[in-house]
Design a protein around this ligand. Structure first.
Ligand SMILES: NC(=O)c1ccc[n+]([C@@H]2O[C@H](COP(=O)([O-])OP(=O)(O)OC[C@H]3O[C@@H](n4cnc5c(N)ncnc54)[C@H](O)[C@@H]3O)[C@@H](O)[C@H]2O)c1
Ligand SMILES: O=c1ccn([C@@H]2O[C@H](COP(=O)(O)OP(=O)(O)O[C@H]3O[C@H](CO)[C@@H](O)[C@H](O)[C@H]3O)[C@@H](O)[C@H]2O)c(=O)[nH]1
Length: 449
């Protein structure tokens, strides 16, 4: 079977490389010429565990091909995956311009039947728009060709994208005929062994399933962040509460970690896009709006703790802060909507300087912020501490979980930690003379009310 994937971002590149690893012939097409050139040279544009090997080996084995030519891509695969970005429009709704541009290319270059599969996260009704776009271009060309449109949303997580794709929890297929569903079952057979993971449904339900999944996970996080704010004020510890409620299998332990807010390219944009969809059909999305609002507040939490500790009035002129963790989560270099950005920008606005360290996201930070006097990127987490007035943690990289606190205390001007991911045991640190602030740790930390 031959597959074409439009878009070589997190989803497209992982999907293409994993299909090639399963033995298929795959062509990845992107409009970004530099990205495609670098991929051909074996330079992987993102940090994603395991991706480097699958891309390089399958490219060398000539199962994985790269191109900037849409025409070449449309001619190549019977299956045409759309895996391009769907960024937020000005009003928060999903911008479909990249998706529809691909649909247009497919219509323009098609010479035989094609199965068009939408893997991008798109609002309900997008498959109809893709179908209409291809049909109108075919009509302009005055050619009579048949094609199918299928929805196949992607659920991989950054940081474990290859593993998630190889061993999915589920493969959601939105199809309008049993024959199309069967073609997808055949295509996904290498990833659907041992037990059936394929969930087949109508196209609109598949499109909504993707948003519902992300909104549900974001709800769990915002709920716990709200509880953390209560815990802080009530003198309870959200970490104890987390363990207490997670033990109920109806709640579960996953996605109930309070912290400095959720980031990334998906939860913030998808919660907003779903809320926007609701508004456009006259339904007030009260819960979705609250999830988003709680998250925005939560991202300012660390700055509040820092400024209250040092000044109370938000003036941090002359202060220097060590920052551990820039990426929006561990095992990625992605900084889209990262809580670290909100924190750094607030610290800078208050006159402070930042000495930052992240195992993977330094280049990305440099790309986003360029050279500025109030940001120094340090080569190690220890170096970031030197001469700083305090340590702030935004990302729970494994390498941050068991540092040498005695050495750290010597490097910092004063032993104070603002821990946005609740990595440490407050009482142990306090026993060693540290001032420790976590998220929602009212029982064990300094109360701030
Ligand atoms: N990042 C994730 O973890 C994740 C997971 C599941 C679903 N999604 C969804 O998948 C989609 C893609 O996300 P991503 O993170 O991979 O995006 P991305 O921004 O990393 O990559 C998108 C790529 O598409 C390319 N592109 C744009 N227009 C094109 C065109 N006409 N032809 C070919 N290529 C084109 C861009 O140059 C870019 O390389 C989004 O809808 C996103 O919401 C993302
Ligand atoms: O208990 C938790 C779990 C996560 N987070 C934060 O939530 C954000 C998102 O984390 P995660 O879901 O692990 O990363 P993503 O790569 O954004 O993956 C989400 O978004 C993808 C894109 O749609 C989906 O495919 C995935 O299923 C979905 O988990 C990060 O900032 C995390 O720090 C918390 O604050 N607390």
């Amino acid at each position: 079977m031959k597959i074409t994937i439009f878009g070589t971002g997190y989803v497209g590149l992982v999907t293409g490389a994993c299909f090639a690893e399963a033995g298929y012939q795959v062509m990845c097409v992107d409009i970004d010429k530099e990205k495609i050139e670098r991929l051909k040279q074996g330079i992987i544009p993102i940090y994603e565990p395991g991706l480097d090997r699958v891309v390089k080996e399958n490219y060398a084995a000539q199962r994985l091909h790269f191109s900037t030519s849409a025409g070449e891509g449309v001619a190549f695969g019977e299956f045409q995956f759309i895996a391009v970005g769907t960024p937020p429009d000005e009003d928060g709704s999903a911008d479909l311009k990249y998706v529809l541009a691909v649909a247009e290319e497919i219509g323009r270059h098609m010479e035989q039947h094609r199965i068009v599969i939408d893997k991008s996260t798109v609002p309900v009704g997008t498959a109809d728009k893709v179908r209409a776009k291809i049909s109108s271009v075919l009509a302009e060309r005055k050619v009579d060709l048949t094609f199918d449109v299928i929805s196949n949303p992607e659920f991989l997580k950054e940081g474990s994208a290859v593993a998630d794709f190889m061993k999915p929890d589920r493969i959601v297929i939105g199809a309008d005929s049993p024959a199309n569903a069967e073609r997808m079952r055949e295509l996904y057979a290498p990833f659907n062994r041992n037990h059936d993971r394929l969930i087949v449904m109508d196209i609109r339900s598949a499109e909504l399933t993707k948003y519902a999944a992300n909104a549900m996970l974001a709800t769990k996080i915002s709920f716990m962040n709200e509880i953390s704010n209560l815990a802080e004020r009530l003198g309870a510890d959200v970490e104890n509460v987390r363990i207490g409620i997670g033990s109920d299998p109806r709640i579960g332990y996953q996605f109930i970690y309070a912290g400095c807010g959720y980031g990334g390219s998906c939860f913030p944009k998808d919660v907003q896009a779903l809320a926007r969809t609701a508004s456009t059909i006259g339904y007030e999305p009260r819960l979705l709006n609250a999830i988003e609002a709680i998250n925005q507040d939560q991202k300012t939490r660390l700055f509040e703790l820092v400024s209250r500790h040092f000044d109370g009035a938000g003036n941090l002129r002359g202060k220097v802060f060590a920052l551990w963790g820039l990426a929006f989560k561990p095992n990625t270099d992605d900084m889209r909507e990262a809580p670290s950005r909100v924190l750094m920008e607030a610290l800078w606005a208050a006159g402070a300087r930042v000495q930052a360290y992240d195992p993977e996201a330094m280049e990305e930070t440099q790309r986003i912020y360029g050279a500025r006097e109030d940001l120094v990127l340090m080569g190690t987490k220890e170096a970031a501490l030197k001469g700083a007035d305090g340590l702030v943690i935004c990302t729970e990289w494994k390498g941050f979980t068991a540092p040498d606190f005695a050495v750290m205390a010597q490097q910092l001007k004063q032993p104070v930690i603002f821990d946005g991911r609740n990595l440490y045991d407050p009482s142990r640190l306090q026993a060693k003379g540290w001032t420790y602030y976590g998220i929602g740790r009212g029982a064990s930390c300094k109360r701030d009310n």
